[in-house]
Write a protein that binds this ligand. Structure first.
Ligand code: AMP
Ligand code: MG
Length: 424
């Protein structure tokens, strides 16, 4: 079965090697406010503006104490109280405790906090309930335990999600320096395609790949640039490819199979493309093309991507094929162009809920739209196939939330088996 084509893993390795060659430090950057930073990529490392936490903090409501005194179980005088927001107090007198709330600074001299649930109170005195003992450091996060002032908290290349926004806020950043998003040209091809707002005539269909890929590009950290659809015609394709020269990445869909009107690969060759591969042993998506188009030095400088040549993918036009090949191969390149440190596709393990019979040809790694349910913690998610009528079945794709991976050599997968899934 197509022994000359790379396997899925071999093609992924070629893509990973290409990503590793991209020169991230040359990416340009811009400042965005914290509220707009989600999904962007840090261009400069984030450093702690002060010790984290900035003072030794109690993690419990209770009584700050000296561990060795409290562990003797004698009643200790409550010498004062601190609530969250109070300035650090102390020093704690010998043989005393200090009432303290979660988040409050631990008074100087105290080395532990006994939890209120573990304390016996009698008037203004308190003791640790025997036989419980307490050790120095318990229920306290010491000043600077998480980071010292000036320490790198996050490296450049970190993708910013809610937790990174919270950390930046804790360090007093109202804005962050992020990489400029790579501009991704999306060129759909096919005589049968009409725009979404049109009513298709007999034999025509609406162009669903353009908005789907635009959304996938956004999710992977790029800025989509949807070009007008090109006809299945050599001249139209030549003109359309020339239009995309300023992009950081070019995605063409349709016209990469072996049919009479599949003219994309020859058009790319005419434009001087160098191909890394022109097919992969996967289903769907076998005719996938990955290569680079040459461009002049001036253009390379103007482009937001760091590469001199324009990386390009030709994806088969069927929506399921386009979606799978994007996740497997385009998203990693886009992530690398965006400056992200994490650029590999996301595979996970799941338990198969029902037998998955023979699907497609042997010798190809298959990616089948599937539905994965995340159950209780500590349990593998359950996955089952979504019934599908071929790789043009958009409804099946839209009912799925992952792809079940059927390895090249597997014929059937049995219910209960632990399987790999590809996540969006
Ligand atoms: P192709 O890869 O050009 O051979 O197309 C394979 C199948 O995908 C055909 O049924 C096309 O009509 C369909 N197709 C191609 N491009 C698109 C698109 N942009 N949106 C929806 N379907 C498409
Ligand atoms: Mg076509």
């Amino acid at each position: 079965m197509s022994p000359d084509l790379p396997s899925c893993d071999e093609a992924a390795a070629l893509v990973a090697a290409y990503c590793a060659r991209l020169a991230r430090p040359r990416l340009s950057s811009e400042r965005v406010s914290l509220g707009l930073a989600a999904g962007r990529v840090l261009a400069r490392s984030l450093r702690a503006d002060s010790d984290q936490p900035p003072f030794s903090r109690s993690t419990r409501d209770g009584f700050a104490c000296r561990a060795h005194e409290a562990s003797m179980h004698g009643f200790l005088r409550v010498a004062g109280a601190s609530r969250a927001g109070d300035a650090p107090a102390g020093p704690l007198p010998k043989g005393a405790t200090w009432e303290i709330m979660t988040g409050a600074p631990v008074p100087a001299g105290a080395d532990a906090v006994m939890m209120i649930e573990h304390a016996e109170q009698a008037g203004a005195r308190v003791r640790l309930l025997p036989p419980r003992k307490i050790e120095a450091g318990e229920n306290i996060v010491a000043q600077g335990a998480q980071a010292k002032a000036g320490d790198e908290l996050l490296p450049a290349g970190t993708t910013i999600h809610s937790a990174q926004i919270a950390l930046a806020a804790a360090c007093g950043h109202t804005a962050l320096e992020v990489f400029v998003r790579p501009r991704v040209a999306i060129l759909t091809t096919g005589d049968e395609l009409v725009p979404v707002e049109s009513s298709p005539a007999a034999g025509q269909i609406r162009n669903s790949n353009a908005p789907m890929l635009a959304a996938m590009v956004e999710a992977a950290g790029g800025e989509p640039w949807v070009l007008p659809t090109a006809a299945d015609d050599a001249e139209a394709l030549d003109a359309a490819l020339a239009q995309a020269a300023d992009a950081s990445l070019l995605i063409v869909t349709g016209g990469v199979s072996a049919g009479k009107f599949d003219l994309v690969e020859p058009a790319l060759a005419r434009a001087g493309a160098r191909f890394h591969f022109t097919g992969v042993r996967i289903q769907p998506g076998k005719p996938l093309v990955f290569g680079e188009l040459p461009r002049g030095r001036k253009q390379a400088r103007q482009t937001r991507g760091a590469s001199c040549a324009l990386p390009l993918f030709g994806l088969p036009g069927n929506p399921v094929s386009s979606a799978v090949t994007f996740l497997l191969f385009v998203a990693p390149v886009l992530a690398a162009l965006a400056g992200r440190l994490d650029s590999a596709p996301r595979f996970a393990l799941a338990r198969l809920a029902a037998n998955a019979g023979k699907h497609g040809k042997p010798g190809l790694t298959r990616f089948l739209p599937a539905s994965c349910t995340f159950g209780a913690a500590c349990q593998l998610p359950k996955v089952e196939l979504v019934p599908m009528q071929g790789s043009g079945d958009l409804a099946a794709l839209a009912r799925s939330n992952c792809f079940l991976v059927v390895p090249e050599e597997a014929h059937t997968l049995k219910a209960g088996a632990i399987v790999r899934i590809l996540l969006p």
